[in-house]
Design a binder for this molecule. Structure first.
Ligand code: FAD
Ligand code: NAI
Length: 465
């Protein structure tokens, strides 16, 4: 009997889609080319990087904060193999969790490379054998891969992508990072905390393009205080591997001044590209755009009837939660329901210290769109809990429509910003005004009181400053 749905790829898009479809009564199969389920996110992305961020943050805290707190532990040392084991155990627990959920939901899992053979047919190639599965619908959830720099070969030993940077055998003395995006700043923070000298070369004249520029300016200053060096408006044009130490040629982005920077490891983190290799898109007639992304309509349908696509392989932010929500939506659409994702309310978090979290529009976007807005800002220096924790860096900024007071964007830089942004996302999903947040009782003493105070500040009535 044919399947109702075959999902190709078991990342956050694919596995969530499969589970939701099974909940809706469909007979579902998942095809995954890698040995473990969970895709980029669980194996080499969100999960291992957050493990390294967590352990390295605690290590740094034990050096910088413990003495102030009156905790004597002697000189902390990094045991890198043990730290890696801690990370790997976390990854293992997560990928096994997906396998458990497949069994629980009676989803058939096939290990092999999935290829679109014809309408309603998926070929699975593994160990030189090919099996053909039949299905009513197919969801492509094949994710993304590392973007490469022309002429600079990623060997995952000395010139690494995020994947290699998560398994380094020792702390590099000098780490050169190409790209001041999310990966560069998160993994740069990890290795800086563990003892590396970190230099970040960024093509643009700012870090974290796309995020609120006021937040990013202040954030860059904090990262510089922590010891990260930035070379903005610059590009790496070559890396010489012939010596024990790598020699990177760095030029002004516009051309001109050239310098050489030595490093033990170069991390290339200039973005990610959709992954569709071996999928047989061309043979099946599925159209891609000029950036290699599978083209879909508002219902995730490709131009070929019965074939859908979600997650990093289609347009939009390359985020796990965006892929997950699309997975749920497409399963519901295939089941005849009204699945939907609100792209105006997708939170974005950078898990450095302090964390940066945002949802909705930035000030730059509102200005460009000519939308009149009010700003409410509240610094963590005035928040009781932040003060008592000695973690007062950062602020909350709420942007509300000047006429209606509806919240248009929330930007938080501070400890635990990634958890706090959920409140803003819920408020925006319900179309809240800043007044609604301001009149909602927030527990004391918590960092979330800064969100309430920023909402009060929209109408110039913050209490604690
Ligand atoms: P993927 O997770 O890439 O999964 C695709 C799967 O499809 C893979 O398992 C692949 O093996 C499989 N596949 C591909 N082709 C085939 C085929 N032909 N046959 C069978 N299987 C196939 N996002 C966040 O939201 N938060 C974070 O903190 C975060 N941190 C990250 C850190 C790093 C270092 C990286 C690299 C990424 C991070 N991301 C984060 C991004 C996140 O990992 C992706 O947005 C997310 O994994 C996309 O999910 P997906 O299901 O679309 O694709
Ligand atoms: P990115 O798109 O976030 O940043 C890439 C940076 O490299 C940009 O600042 C860009 O201007 C710069 N750049 C591009 N070409 C360059 C060049 N030749 N020289 C110097 N700089 C150059 O991409 P990144 O950091 O690789 O991450 C990929 C994706 O993974 C992100 O877009 C994000 O969606 C996802 N991710 C999400 C995380 C999170 O949610 N916390 C964490 C890590 C990754």
């Amino acid at each position: 009997m044919p399947y109702d749905l075959i999902v190709i790829g078991s990342g956050p898009g694919g596995y969530v889609c499969a589970i939701r479809a099974a909940q809706l009564g469909m007979k579902v199969a998942v095809v995954e080319k890698d040995k473990t389920f969970g895709g980029t996110c669980l194996n080499v992305g969100c999960i291992p990087s957050k493990a390294m961020l967590h352990t390295s943050e605690l290590y740094e805290e034990s050096i910088q904060l413990f003495p102030k707190m009156g905790i004597k532990i002697g000189k902390p040392e990094v045991d890198l193999p043990a730290m890696m084991k801690f990370k790997d155990e976390g990854v293992d627990g997560n990928v096994k969790g997906v396998a458990f959920l497949f069994r629980k939901n009676k989803i058939d899992a096939f290990q092999g490379i999935g290829r679109l053979a014809a309408a309603g047919k998926v070929e699975v190639k593994a160990d030189g054998k090919t099996e053909t599965l039949e299905t009513k619908a197919i969801v492509i959830a094949t994710g993304s891969d590392v973007a490469r720099l022309r002429g600079i070969d990623i060997d995952e030993k000395r010139i690494v992508s995020s994947t290699g940077a998560l398994v380094l055998g020792e702390v590099p003395q000098r780490l050169l990072i190409v790209g001041a995006g999310v990966i560069g700043l998160e993994l740069g923070s990890v290795w800086r905390r563990l003892g590396a000298q970190v230099v970040v070369v960024e093509f643009l004249d700012r870090i974290l393009p796309g995020m609120d520029s006021e937040v990013c300016r202040q954030f860059q200053r904090l990262l510089e205080k922590q010891g990260i060096t930035f070379k903005l408006a610059s590009k790496v044009t070559a890396v010489d591997k012939s010596n024990a130490r790598l020699k990177a040629t760095v030029e002004a982005a516009a051309g001109g001044a050239v310098e050489t920077i030595e490093a033990d490891i170069v991390l290339v983190s200039i973005g990610r590209v959709p992954f569709t290799e071996g999928l047989g898109l061309e043979d099946a007639g599925v159209k891609k755009d000029n950036r290699g992304r599978v083209i879909v309509d508002a219902h995730y349908a490709t131009n070929v009837p019965g074939i859908y696509a979600i997650g990093d392989v289609i347009a939009g932010p390359m985020l796990a939660h965006k892929a997950e929500d699309e997975g749920v939506a497409v399963a519901e659409i295939i089941a005849g329901q009204a699945g939907h994702v609100n792209y105006d309310v997708i939170p974005n978090v950078v898990y450095t210290f302090p964390e940066i979290a945002s949802v909705g529009k930035s000030e730059d976007e509102l200005k460009e769109a000519g939308i009149a807005y009010n700003v409410g800002k509240f610094p963590f220096t005035a928040n009781g809990r932040a003060k008592v924790n000695h973690q007062t860096e950062g602020f909350v900024k709420i942007l509300a429509d000047a006429k209606t007071d509806r919240v248009l964007g929330v930007h938080i830089m501070g400890a635990d910003a990634g958890n706090m942004i959920a409140e803003a996302a819920v408020a925006m999903e319900f179309g809240a005004a800043s007044e609604d947040i301001a009149r909602t009782c927030h527990a004391h003493p918590t960092l979330t009181e800064a969100v309430k105070e920023a909402a009060l500040a929209v109408n110039k009535r913050a209490i604690s400053m």
